[in-house]
Design a protein around this ligand. Structure first.
Ligand SMILES: *Cc1c(COP(=O)(O)O)cnc(C)c1O
Length: 408
C-alpha cells in the first residue's frame, strides 16, 4: 500500500499550483528535478516580507532594516542547522548552484598550477563541466573524468586510479539530475582527501531528498539551489569549510563584501560577507529558510521512504509498456525515471503528455555527455516529489501508452 507514510491529501493542499488545469486537464507535475513546486507557507513568507518589513539588510539602524537582517540571518542559521555546518559563516547565500560552482572555480584559479589535475564525474550537469573547462584554460590544469557504466553508476575503480598527488580538486554531484543515481560521495571525499585534494559536491539534486550532513561527509564545499527544494528561484547556498573560504579570493566586488575601502586598497569583510557582495535576494533567503522548515516538519526520512515507493511503482508500471527502456538502473537512486520508447523521439512523447496536462522534461537534461554515452538524443524524464501520488503515475503511464499508440 502506498501513501502509508503521510497524509498525501493534506500535503497536496499546501501547494496551490497543484489545483490548476493545463490544457483542460488536471495538472500532473512530474518535472520536480528541474524545479519543485512551492508550498503556501513559503509563498506567504515572501508576501510577508514585502508586506511588512521590506528593507535592506546589515546597513540600516532603523527598525525595518533590523527586522529584515534578523530574519535573513535566522534563515542562515536554519540552513546551517539543516546541513549541520559547524559555523553559520560557512553558509554563503548565492543565487543558486551554478553560481556557487562558479564561485569556487573562480577562486581556485589563484590556487592551481599548470599540470595540476581536476577530476569530474561523467554524470555531471553542464553547469558542473563548463566552469572546470574554463578553469583549466585559465590555469593549464588538466581535466580528468570518472567514467560511468551502463547502469548509470560511476566506475569507482577508475576513480581511485585517477587520484594522485597532482589531483587538486574533485567535483561530483551527490545525485545525477539526468538519471537519479545517488553517487558514493563519502567514498569519493575520503579518497580525495588521502591525496590532499579538495572536494566540491553539487547537492542540487540530492538536497530535496537526502538531508546531507556536511561534517559527517567531510565535504569541503557543498552547493544547493532553493528552488529544487520547495524554495523560490534565485537563491541557494554554498557551504564551504572555513579554512577553504578563507583561502579563496572574493568572487564579486561591491558593497557588503568590504571592510574598508580607499583608492589604494580595499580590505575584505569577514565571512560570510566576503562572498556576499551587493544586496542579496533577501526575501528569497528568508523563504528558503521557510522551505526547510516545511520539509523538516514532514521529515526527510518520511519523504525518502514515500518517494522510493513512488519510484518503484512508476518503474514497474512503465516497464509494462513494450519497447520502453529506462536509463539509470542503479539500485541507489532517487525518484527519477528517464526513459525512451523505441523508434520515438522523446520530444514527441513530451508534447503529447503536455496536451494531457502532464509535465515531464524531455531532452538532454543539461547532461549531454550522458546522452552521448548511451548514444541517444535525450530521454523523457519523469521526476517525482513527495506531493505526487500513485494516481498521477497511473495518469502518466496511460499518457505514455496513448502517445506510443499515436506515434507508431
Ligand atoms: C539543477 C541543477 C543544477 C543547476 O542549478 P541552478 O539552480 O540552475 O543553478 C546543477 N546541478 C544539478 C545536479 C542540478 O540538478
Amino acid at each position: 500500500m502506498i501513501n502509508t507514510v503521510f497524509d498525501i491529501l493534506t500535503i497536496r493542499k499546501d501547494f496551490p499550483i497543484l489545483n490548476r488545469k493545463v490544457n483542460g486537464e488536471a495538472l500532473v507535475y512530474l518535472d520536480n528535478a528541474a524545479t519543485s513546486q512551492t508550498p503556501k507557507m513559503v509563498i506567504d513568507a515572501i508576501v510577508d516580507y514585502y508586506s511588512r518589513y521590506n528593507s535592506n539588510i546589515h546597513r540600516g539602524v532603523h527598525s525595518l532594516s533590523q527586522e529584515a537582517t534578523e530574519m535573513y540571518e535566522e534563515a542562515r542559521l536554519k540552513i546551517q542547522k539543516h546541513f549541520n555546518a559547524s559555523k553559520s559563516h560557512e553558509i554563503i547565500f548565492t543565487p543558486g548552484t551554478t553560481y556557487g560552482i562558479n564561485l569556487v572555480a573562480n577562486g581556485f584559479s589563484a590556487l592551481l598550477n599548470k599540470g595540476d589535475e581536476i577530476i569530474v564525474s561523467a554524470l555531471e550537469h553542464h553547469s558542473n563541466i563548463v566552469p572546470w573547462q574554463m578553469l583549466c584554460e585559465r590555469t593549464g590544469a588538466v581535466l580528468k573524468v570518472i567514467p560511468m557504466d551502463l547502469d548509470g553508476k560511476l566506475v569507482m575503480d577508475e576513480y581511485h586510479n585517477l587520484l594522485n598527488p597532482k589531483t587538486k580538486l574533485v567535483f561530483c554531484n551527490h545525485v545525477s539530475n539526468a538519471l537519479g543515481t545517488i553517487n558514493p560521495i563519502k567514498e569519493i571525499i575520503t579518497a580525495a582527501h588521502k591525496v590532499g585534494a579538495a572536494v566540491l559536491i553539487d547537492g542540487a539534486q540530492a538536497a530535496p531528498h537526502i538531508k546531507a550532513d556536511v561534517q559527517q561527509l567531510d565535504a569541503d564545499f557543498y552547493v544547493v539551489s532553493g528552488h529544487k527544494m520547495c524554495g523560490p528561484t534565485g537563491v541557494g547556498i554554498l557551504y564551504g569549510k572555513e579554512e577553504w573560504l578563507n583561502k579563496l579570493p572574493p568572487y564579486q566586488g561591491g558593497g557588503e563584501m568590504i571592510a574598508e575601502v580607499t583608492f589604494e586598497k580595499t580590505t575584505y569583510a569577514d565571512l560570510p560577507h566576503k562572498f556576499e557582495a551587493g544586496t542579496p535576494n533577501i526575501s528569497g533567503g528568508i523563504a528558503f529558510g521557510a522551505a526547510l522548515d516545511y520539509m523538516n516538519t514532514i521529515g526527510f526520512d518520511a519523504i525518502a521512504q514515500y518517494e522510493d515507493e513512488l519510484l518503484k511503482y512508476a518503474t514497474d508500471q512503465l516497464l509494462t509498456i513494450e519497447g520502453l527502456k529506462i536509463y539509470g538502473t542503479s539500485s541507489e537512486k532517487t525518484a527519477v525515471v528517464s526513459f525512451n520508447i523505441e523508434g520515438i523521439h522523446p520530444y514527441d512523447i513530451g508534447s503529447i503528455l503536455d496536451k494531457l496536462g502532464i509535465a515531464v522534461r524531455t531532452g538532454h537534461h543539461c547532461a549531454q555527455p550522458i546522452m552521448d554515452f548511451y548514444k541517444i538524443p535525450g530521454t523523457v524524464r519523469a521526476s517525482f516529489s513527495f506531493y505526487n501520488t500513485k494516481e498521477e503515475i497511473d495518469v502518466l503511464v496511460a499518457g505514455v501508452k496513448r502517445a506510443k499508440a499515436m506515434l507508431t
